[in-house]
Design a protein around this ligand. Structure first.
Ligand SMILES: Cc1cc2nc3c(=O)[nH]c(=O)nc-3n(C[C@H](O)[C@H](O)[C@H](O)COP(=O)(O)OP(=O)(O)OC[C@H]3O[C@@H](n4cnc5c(N)ncnc54)[C@H](O)[C@@H]3O)c2cc1C
Length: 317
């Protein structure tokens, strides 16, 4: 059986559900090895959390160079591992870090790359949704090792517990990957809400909030949801850019996406169109986002959201 690599994804010191999603997709292709990149002496603790999903083995590469030389060192170590082990494919989370690592690996190993896949088949055919989700593309890498980034929340993860064999290998990092050094870094400030990329529910606000996200946040908190925003809202400084959903923001595929005061420009749709259920709250019945909504509420978000929040709260108690 062929071997497939996934790059294990972590939040803090725990493997995320994205890791289980990557493993589930990779297991269709072959036996899954989850590669863990860790600082010196930190691999075993991280690897112990990589135990959900069909993972046959965990391979730890330890080096303090990952922190010192950033993504270039991670990509170099992975590329050297791929050259040595020749896996059938490499699956990586399709976030900013994952896509940069994947692109560098593809160059270093002279391989083809497919980004933002929403599915991967047993024959390593990747599915992508392009042009704002209006067109489905099936494609296959024809040269080298297929390097595929997979959007979080796109694949139904198999969360069954696994007890993979844990091994270590040397992290080979060449001098070319050490040409720029990270002099300082700051972990992102995290609130109590789930990560936008990984959340099962996302509630987003747009220009219709007029800068007041309080009702959006209250509704999100009642649902245990992450908060997103349109570019109109982030450009106006109403919400941080890190929460922007869309073509130039984050791509999300939650079970439920609630868009409040967002018109539905193609650039916004590009980042949320694959959500499983879409609810739109907008006072304009002609808003284009209603075209792709599963449920629509025509109304003022400042009256709809507090009522919905109250209704959900009452149901829970
Ligand atoms: C290259 C490029 C990249 C882009 N990337 C992105 C991207 O990543 N993400 C993104 O979102 N956009 C992006 N945009 C911008 C995009 O084209 C739109 O301008 C933007 O999405 C509009 O945001 P909006 O829907 O919040 O605002 P608007 O289009 O102004 O819509 C506001 C909506 O709120 C409704 N509304 C107003 N008041 C209320 C109320 N009280 N209650 C209920 N509804 C109300 C209105 O009826 C309207 O439909 C990009 C544009 C370009 C050119």
């Amino acid at each position: 059986m062929s071997n497939v690599f996934i790059l294990a994804d972590f939040s803090g010191d725990k493997a995320t559900k994205t890791t289980a999603e990557l493993a589930t997709a990779a297991a269709r292709i072959g036996a899954v090895t989850a590669v863990v990149l860790a600082g010196a002496g930190k691999g075993a603790a991280l690897a112990a959390t990589v135990n959900q999903g069909p993972i046959a083995s965990v391979l730890i590469l330890e080096s303090d160079d990952f922190a010192q030389y950033g993504v270039a060192a991670s990509a170099d170590a992975l590329a050297n591992l791929i050259k040595e082990k020749s896996p059938a494919a490499v699956l990586i989370a399709s976030d900013a870090y994952g896509k940069e690592v994947a692109a560098r690996i593809a160059v270093l190993t002279e391989s083809g790359i497919i980004t933002d896949a929403v599915d991967v088949a047993a024959d390593v055919t990747a599915t992508q949704l392009v042009f704002g989700g209006s067109t489905t593309v099936h494609s296959k890498v024809s040269h080298g090792t297929p390097i595929i980034t997979v959007r979080p929340n796109s694949v139904e993860a198999d969360f069954s517990a696994s007890s993979p064999a844990i091994e270590s290998a040397t992290a080979n990092i060449g001098d070319a990957a050490k040409k720029s050094k990270v002099s300082s870094s700051q972990p992102p400030v995290k609130g109590g809400r789930p990560e936008l990329n990984e959340a099962n529910i996302v509630v987003s606000g747009g220009r219709g909030t007029n800068g007041d996200f309080a009702v959006v946040e209250k509704f999100a908190d009642e649902l245990g949801a992450a908060v997103g925003a349109s570019r109109a809202a982030t450009d106006a400084g109403w919400y941080p850019h890190s929460h922007q959903v869309g073509q130039t923001g984050k791509s999300v595929s939650p079970q439920l996406y609630v868009a409040c005061g967002i018109s539905g420009a193609i650039q916004h749709r590009a980042g949320m169109q694959t959500s499983k259920t879409i609810i739109v709250v907008n006072k304009d019945p002609e808003a284009p986002l209603f075209d792709i909504a599963d449920f629509g509420v025509i109304g003022d978000l400042f009256s709809v959201l507090p009522q919905a929040t109250q209704g959900i709260h009452a149901k829970k108690s």
